[in-house]
Design a protein around this ligand. Structure first.
Ligand SMILES: Cc1cc2nc3c(=O)[nH]c(=O)nc-3n(C[C@H](O)[C@H](O)[C@H](O)COP(=O)(O)OP(=O)(O)OC[C@H]3O[C@@H](n4cnc5c(N)ncnc54)[C@H](O)[C@@H]3O)c2cc1C
Length: 410
């Protein structure tokens, strides 16, 4: 019996169209570094142009409604796009982002007014804008609600003051973001979680200072310490209602944690590592012939598959195909964050110090292995594993909420 999924003729035709587009615009050789921080500014600009070209076809945000600049395409077309662009990214021949980031659209989709959706979404969904998600502050990371940034209404503007850290995502030396997705306190007297608002601040307003941060791993690009001093942000750039910003940031973080799901993950280095170990000889034998190596590769494969399948499940839930479970995004994120240091260690155990070399002549798999080992312990992006664990237990009805319910505490 054939259990393979077969695409319709129409979808196979669509695949040809996508592939022709890709071949027309992709670099002919693998030149795009796996670490986005190392993308040179010229490639970054080219990548943005390509995102726009995808946007013109409705391919940059294929599942989003057409009236906001999305493609309005069905699931089959989205899968084909995800597969084809996943493949070209793995070949290191595509310099730009191949899909809109739900981190930036999620808050607007869930809480923006109709006017804001029509004003902001086309710029995002057509690949015109890229921005920085600015939630973390020097004294407010895991405890995001402790943020001290302020936004004070003054006529038709809010005066923004405060600083954010670890935010951004451009290549080193590349252009600045187009907007800052910034959360700030708008009612200092209100209780935590009811005192914040969220803004899309135009990133070139006077009073904004950008200080680059030199991190072990940028997690997607150059990270900044950004300071706002009396920045006059138009009041109609506030997303959602005043003092409801916590809900806006939570909608965003749910998607960042993986709640929206993934059809095809673009970073499946595990398969390529397994292939590398089969084909590369050590002492005259394939690396994979060592039983210890084989055990580690199986572990690598299983964990990667769990992540992939949860991504597909979360996608089906987000599309309303199967009932939702509350903890899915957190579960996926927690799994990824626990697996990431283990993966780094497995690579070191199998390949030794060779993993750490990023010299173009000597690196393994175009630098993907060095990047995975280096980023293994960088699990802070989007919330640490400890915090994900707390969120997971709460979503399962354990932890703080459950104690309150059991003891009758308020
Ligand atoms: C590469 C990178 C990219 C990032 N990108 C962005 C971005 O684009 N936008 C943005 O807003 N932020 C971004 N961040 C910030 C990230 O969200 C924070 O680093 C993260 O939330 C943790 O905050 P913190 O660094 O202040 O650590 P802290 O909150 O100070 O935590 C320090 C340690 O204490 C532990 N801890 C804290 N509270 C508890 C608790 N209640 N129980 C048990 N353990 C606890 C943490 O798990 C951690 O190990 C990025 C960070 C990195 C490293």
């Amino acid at each position: 019996m054939d259990f393979e999924y077969h695409y319709s003729e129409e979808l196979e035709e669509f695949r040809k169209e996508v592939r022709a587009f890709i071949e027309e615009y992709a670099y002919k050789e693998p030149v795009v570094p796996p670490d986005p921080v190392k993308l040179n500014p010229e490639m970054f600009v080219r990548g943005k142009e390509l995102s726009r070209k995808m946007g013109e076809r409705g391919w940059y945000a294929p599942a989003y409604p057409k009236e906001y600049g999305g493609g309005g395409l069905d699931l089959g077309h989205c899968v084909v796009l995800a597969e084809e662009f996943g493949w070209i990214r793995r070949e290191h021949r595509w310099p730009g982002s191949t899909e809109v980031s739900a981190i930036h659209t999620g808050g607007i989709m869930a809480h923006g007014t109709e006017e804001q959706k029509r004003r902001f979404l086309p710029k995002l969904l057509l690949g015109d804008w890229h921005g920085a998600q600015c939630f973390t502050e020097p004294e407010a990371g895991s405890d995001e609600a402790a943020m001290k940034s302020t936004a004070v209404r003054n006529g038709d503007v809010y005066i923004i003051n405060g600083d954010k850290v670890f935010v951004g995502g451009e290549p080193v030396g590349g252009p600045r973001p187009d907007y800052l997705y910034w959360a700030a306190v708008t009612d200092p007297k209100a209780p935590r979680h009811q005192n914040l608002s969220a803004f899309f601040i135009p990133a070139d307003l006077p009073g904004i200072t950008y200080i680059p941060l030199n991190l072990v791993g940028g997690g997607g690009g150059q990270r900044w310490h950004i300071i706002c001093e009396d920045v006059r942000c138009p009041a109609d750039c506030m997303i959602g209602e005043e003092n409801k910003g916590w809900l806006v940031t939570q909608a965003t973080l749910h998607l960042e944690h993986g709640g929206g799901g993934h059809l095809v993950t673009g970073d499946r280095t595990e398969h390529r590592i397994i292939d590398y170990c089969k084909k590369t000889l050590r002492n005259g034998k394939p690396i994979s012939s060592d039983p210890m190596v084989r055990d580690l590769l199986v572990q690598l494969y299983i964990e990667a598959e769990v992540g992939r399948l949860w991504g597909v499940r979360n996608f089906a839930m987000a599309q309303g195909q199967i009932p939702r479970i509350r903890y899915t995004g957190t579960q996926t994120s927690l799994h990824r964050k626990r697996f990431s240091p283990v993966k780094g260690k497995i690579l070191l155990d199998i390949l030794g110090p060779h993993c750490l070399i990023d010299d173009p002549e000597l690196q393994i798999l175009f630098g993907e292995v060095e990047l995975d080992v280096r980023l293994g312990e960088v699990t802070h992006v989007g919330g640490t594993p400890e915090v994900q664990q707390i969120m997971m237990s709460r979503a399962m009805g354990l932890g703080r909420g459950a104690t309150r319910a059991a003891t009758g505490q308020q």
